[in-house]
Design a binder for this molecule. Structure first.
Ligand code: CAA
Length: 263
């Protein structure tokens, strides 16, 4: 995929350099690169606010978002400096409402990746640890290099995964495996990730960019309106009864039929 640039960057973004991010918008494809390779793309509060700002300011023409990491790792998770007060430090929990607001704001860096108008692809290589693993879990599809390992390290640090990763983790691997992975904080290699559904595809490390380019091309070849409606439908399937989901299918199909007729 090459190095991302700020070509096409929308106006209202904060300083992405400071956030350790690069954004390249090229027509229907936005590439977000975690860009602190010397820190293995460890993420700060500024990174998560930057991600949220990117989500808010993407041009409407963007249909696919690729999230990748520069250098040897996808992401080593939270910048450990945040624990010692850098970036304002973590809340101590004495003000419950303020702590709740603080975490909710950081979660916004992740939740926009589920928007139905976007298909989001994590290109994972090297390490995806803690907050980095959760970022990959926030994307719709994970394309994974054979050198990648995933690790949910939070419980080992006395914390819980709180960047919206627990729901997709349980939905993908099931409660037993999710418990085992989180409560041992063990590393999951790429081959196992594919077997348990964490990776849609595993490719050789030097084939990662090419595999992502091919996937993006295939995603863009599908009708845009149908892609949005289908993503909306698939994401609600797990929480719906069969009756609710059948009704949702009928509603979405009505919209599709109207749209096709109006062309
Ligand atoms: N925060 C800050 N700096 C980090 C970092 C992190 N999470 N991870 C790596 N770095 C820094 C290292 O300190 C090192 O800096 P120096 O060159 O100044 O010594 C540099 O990045 C390179 O690191 P390594 O030499 O260790 O690189 P490696 O390729 O051999 O290993 C790694 C990579 C396996 C990711 C290893 O660096 C590592 O284990 N990092 C710590 C991971 C971690 O504990 N993350 C927190 C997870 S919990 C979370 O994310 C969620 C939460 O909210 C709590």
């Amino acid at each position: 995929m090459g190095d991302a640039t700020t070509n096409g960057r929308p106006e209202s973004l904060p300083d992405l350099d400071e956030a350790g991010l690069l954004l390249d918008v090229d027509g229907a494809v936005a590439t977000v690169t975690l860009n602190r390779p010397e820190r293995r793309n460890a993420m700060t509060f500024a990174t998560w606010r930057g991600l949220a700002a990117i989500g808010r300011s993407l041009p409407p023409a963007v249909r696919v978002v690729v999230v990748r990491g520069a250098g040897p790792s996808f992401s080593a998770g939270i910048d450990l400096g945040m624990f010692s007060g850098e970036g304002g430090g973590l809340p101590d929990g004495s003000d419950a409402e303020a702590a709740d607001r603080f975490i909710a704001e950081l979660q916004e860096g992740y939740t926009w990746l589920r928007r139905p108008d976007l298909v989001t692809v994590a290109a994972v290589h090297g390490h995806a640890i803690g907050a980095g693993f959760q970022l990959a879990l926030s994307c719709d599809i994970r394309v994974v290099a054979d050198d990648a390992t995933f690790c949910m390290l939070e419980p080992a640090l006395g914390l819980v995964p709180d960047l919206t990763g627990t729901k997709p983790l349980v939905e993908i691997v099931g409660i037993g495996r999710a418990l085992e992975l989180c409560l041992t904080a063990r590393k999951v290699p790429a081959e196992e990730a594919a077997r348990i559904g964490l990776a849609e595809t595993v490719v050789p490390r030097d084939g990662l960019d090419g595999a992502v380019r091919g996937l993006v091309k295939d995603l863009l070849a599908v009708d845009a309106g149908a892609a949005v409606a289908t993503k909306r439908l698939l994401w609600q399937a797990a929480g719906n009864t069969l009756e609710q989901q059948s009704a949702a299918e009928r509603r979405e199909q009505l919209g599709r039929l109207r749209d096709l007729n109006a062309r």
